[in-house]
Design a protein around this ligand. Structure first.
Ligand code: SDX
Length: 436
């Protein structure tokens, strides 16, 4: 019997099946042959939230949740955060190799020259209420870009895909900065091609009447590192959305809008905003024990804690803590940090969190830095979406090159009624209250 196989016996029929094991998985379709008779559809696997299901093969990002390891194309995140800039890492995620000097220069020139937006997009923003949530504005405006670039629908043309990839990476900071300026009622600032990716983003956010924006180098570097840390994370919720929507051959603007919508949820990228609201609610270190008690009694979750994959520590959280200290040297220490550190200290000693393997994740400390840099909590997830656009696009490109690519269409376990007798209107009972 070949070793890399699984032998199962269906006790309903006493039939035995041998299924191949490949890359630590069994193909779900191999269970369909297991039937009780000719009429039987065959066995499926049931895995709500895909907790134990590989949806694709990917060579982009490797995570080892038990050991707290994160690698982009095989390079440890610690080395990339220390030695690279964000566009360099974007190139690595998209093309699989670190760029040489000439490649990086060309790549940066390409991205820099796609940062402008069609003026109709600016007018699109004017339709929002002044205090519209910037994440909702970003999802809407990136989707609207599909009207500016209708040729993006040609998703089977590699050159066309790459052009849209460059446009999206370049324009996300511009869209984000415009949403921020709209919220505060300031005129838009156009891109400055002399500046780096992070510096130009700061320019579009914070330039006032000075002739040329000069970014604080410490804050620009901190943003660069934060962008690197948030760039990709294998098959997370929003990447799953990108792949699922993209699998229907939807254009990349609409697919990124769907992915950003998934990221906005408080259980995913929206957690960084919720962490700050949680720290504000706690108010002081003295209130931490009472707050933890409430969580343990089942009243809500400790935002910024826990992870589907990391069961020891999130390597990104460690780098973010280091970056925070650098930012505070410029901005002054954010008092919320003391509450966060006390929350982490107590939680990591508490059996409730230890037994559930709950540790600070990428969102626990990032918001404290962003707030110290002057961002409001509503903007934090936008700061996550900008760099994650690179990851979504790298995964989308890989998907389109995958021979296994088919439109995503899961099955279900049907639990409803069957073949009910139709009831004419006059025979229907008085309607009770509409049940949700
Ligand atoms: C991101 O997937 C990724 O890679 C995501 C991400 C990326 O880069 O793309 O890393 C970014 O989304 C980070 C996560 C940000 N979200 C939060 O910080 C929100 C708070 N965290 C939780 O909602 C939760 O931990 C999740 C969503 C992150 C993970 O949820 P799982 O894997 O579905 O775990 P679970 O809900 O099954 O929890 C297991 C147990 C449960 O308790 P019991 O029912 O067993 O008693 O742990 C408890 C949960 O109630 N639990 C928490 C908790 N997280 C889980 N209890 C208190 N506080 C928490 N934060």
């Amino acid at each position: 019997m070949p070793s890399n196989t699984l032998t199962v016996t269906d006790n309903r029929t006493n039939h035995t099946y041998t299924l191949p094991i490949e890359d630590g998985t069994v193909r779900s379709m191999d269970f369909r042959q297991i039937k009780t008779g000719a009429e039987d559809f065959g066995l499926m696997t049931y895995d709500p939230a895909f907790v134990n299901t590989a949806s694709c093969r990917s060579s982009i990002t490797f995570i080892d949740g038990e050991r707290g390891i994160l690698e982009y194309r095989g390079y440890p995140i610690e080395a990339l955060a220390e030695h690279c800039n964000f566009l360099e890492v974007a190139y690595l995620l998209l093309f699989g190799e670190l760029p040489n000097e000439a490649q990086l220069k060309d790549w940066r020139t390409e991205i820099t020259h796609h940062t402008m937006l069609h003026e109709t997009t600016r007018k699109f923003l004017d339709g929002f209420h002044y205090n519209a949530h910037p994440m909702s504005m970003l999802v809407s405006t990136v989707a609207a870009l599909s009207t500016v670039y209708p040729e993006a629908r040609k998703v089977h043309d590699p050159a066309n895909r790459l052009l849209q990839v460059k446009r999206l990476i370049a324009k996300m900071p511009t869209l984000a900065a415009m949403a921020n300026r709209y919220n505060v009622g300031l005129p838009y600032v156009y891109p400055d091609n002399d500046l780096s990716y992070a510096e130009n983003f700061m320019n579009m956010l914070w330039k006032m009447v000075e002739p040329k924006y000069a970014a604080n180098p410490v804050l620009a570097r901190a943003l660069d590192i934060l962008f690197i840390l948030h760039a990709d994370h294998e098959q997370n919720c929003s990447t799953n959305a990108m792949r699922s929507v993209g699998s229907s051959d939807a254009d990349p603007y609409l697919s990124v809008a769907a992915a950003a919508a998934a990221l906005s949820g408080p259980l995913h990228g929206g957690a960084n905003e919720q962490v700050l609201k949680m720290l504000d609610e706690i108010g002081s270190k003295d209130n931490v024990p009472a707050y933890i008690r409430r969580i343990k009694e089942g009243h809500g979750k400790l935002m910024g804690f826990g992870h589907r994959v990391y069961k020891n520590f999130d390597p990104r959280a460690k780098i973010i803590k280091w970056t925070a200290e650098k930012v505070f040297e410029v901005t002054g220490r954010n008092p919320r940090l003391d509450i966060a550190l006390e929350l982490e200290r107590i939680a990591l000693e508490d059996e409730y969190f230890i037994s559930r393997k709950l540790y600070p994740n990428v969102d626990f400390y990032s918001g404290i830095i962003y707030q110290a840099m002057g961002f409001k909590p509503e903007f934090f997830t936008v700061l996550f979406a900008i760099p994650r656009t690179v990851g979504w696009l790298a995964q989308w490109q890989e998907m389109h090159a995958d021979a296994d690519l088919k439109i995503a269409r899961p099955r279900q376990i049907y639990t409803g009624e069957r073949k009910r007798e139709f009831i004419p209107m006059e025979a229907r009972k008085a309607a009770g209250a509409m049940k949700a």
